[in-house]
Write a protein of this length. Structure first.
Length: 352
């Protein structure tokens, strides 16, 4: 009789806990009572975004958040569907990184109507309101690459720019800034701009075509590390993958700061990158989602984490995180300081 009573009591307790858990997941808190937050990963086909995916649950735990995650795989339709899933799950806030920064506007409007604050990571929507944008100054990426290549080429010659997707604010910012900087500071350098849609195979094919038609090209600007493997392969095929002291060397600058880039700089295969902070993107995306849930507000100005919040337009603030130029020697190029590729402060040197 005692065994039956104990068993019935245990079943009742278990049922109650199950019911409580179900109620919690629909009320904006997880089973642990922590705020329920949605995170959509934009893609998992690059080392940079895989690093971001790795860091996110670590910071979610540190901040006391219960995370629900999806992956939109560079497809805005999937991102829209994932947002609907998050709404049905009762999330209290959402972090996303829309790759098509124009097409995301209707989804942002729906989330605003549901009073679900949104933080966008790496990209800034062309229209619509979000609680905070967490990214680095992408125009500075293009300017830093321009100053490095302009200095190394002595202000003369030809370079190829392997552009990202121009439907993305990041692709536009990097492309426009690189072109503007070249026109202003290095007018004798001819730039071959190649649209790649962030596709490594397309980038490699276009670089090969450019080098065949213009064997005197001496510089390459890759707007992200998606093009790294293909670029190195093309240079090797052309007999141009040689050290920086060799006259045949083609100077290559990338953006991201993944471990493979840092290794390639140390080996003399490429020359520089801009370290886009995958770790801090994850940390501060969730930091601002939690701040929104807690009802905190922010104003433009310096932060306590070596960044600056700017007002992009009415209803949109952007925390521009630090993204240093990285080189082998840590020198200054065109007035732009750099850090050495083996600097332990770089997230790319700290992945376990």
């Amino acid at each position: 009789m005692r065994v039956r009573t104990a068993l019935c009591s245990a079943v009742s307790v278990l049922s109650a806990l199950t019911l409580l858990s179900a109620c919690s997941s629909g009320s904006g808190t997880g089973a642990s009572g922590a705020p329920l937050v949605g995170v959509d990963y934009p893609r998992s086909d690059t080392d940079f975004w895989n690093s971001y995916i790795k860091y996110t649950p670590q910071y979610g735990k540190q901040l006391g958040l219960d995370l629900k995650t999806t992956n939109s795989q560079n497809d805005v339709a999937k991102l829209t569907a994932n947002a609907q899933t998050f709404i049905s799950q009762g999330v209290k806030g959402l972090a996303m990184a829309p790759q098509d920064t124009a097409a995301i506007a209707p989804t942002l409007a729906q989330l605003e109507a549901k009073k679900i604050p949104v933080v966008t990571v790496d990209t800034r929507p062309d229209t619509g309101k979000v609680y905070m944008v967490v990214r680095a100054d992408n125009r500075a990426y293009g300017e830093k690459a321009c100053q490095y290549l302009g200095t190394k080429l002595g202000g003369k010659g030809k370079v190829v720019m392997l552009e990202g997707d121009l439907s993305s604010i990041n692709g536009r910012d990097r492309t426009e800034a690189f072109n503007d900087c070249m026109k202003k500071n290095y007018p004798d350098i001819k730039v071959f701009g190649e649209a790649t849609n962030w596709d490594g195979a397309v980038a490699a094919q276009k670089l090969q075509t450019d080098l065949t038609a213009n064997p005197d090209i001496k510089g390459v600007y890759m707007e992200a590390s998606f093009a790294l493997s293909g670029t190195l392969q093309v240079l090797k095929q052309k007999g141009l993958l040689v050290g920086p002291k060799d006259k045949k060397h083609v100077f290559v600058v990338s953006n991201d700061g993944i471990p493979e880039e840092l290794k390639s700089i140390a080996e003399g295969k490429i020359d520089a990158t801009v370290s886009q902070p995958a770790d801090l993107y994850a940390k501060y995306a969730l930091y601002y989602v939690k701040a929104a849930i807690d009802g905190k507000t922010f104003k433009p100005g310096k932060t306590d984490h070596d960044s600056t919040i700017i007002q992009v337009r009415d209803g949109v603030l952007e925390d521009q995180l630090s993204a240093p130029l990285v080189t082998a020697d840590g020198g200054t190029y065109g007035g732009v300081p750099s850090v050495k590729s083996d600097d332990k402060a770089l997230w790319g040197n700290n992945l376990g």
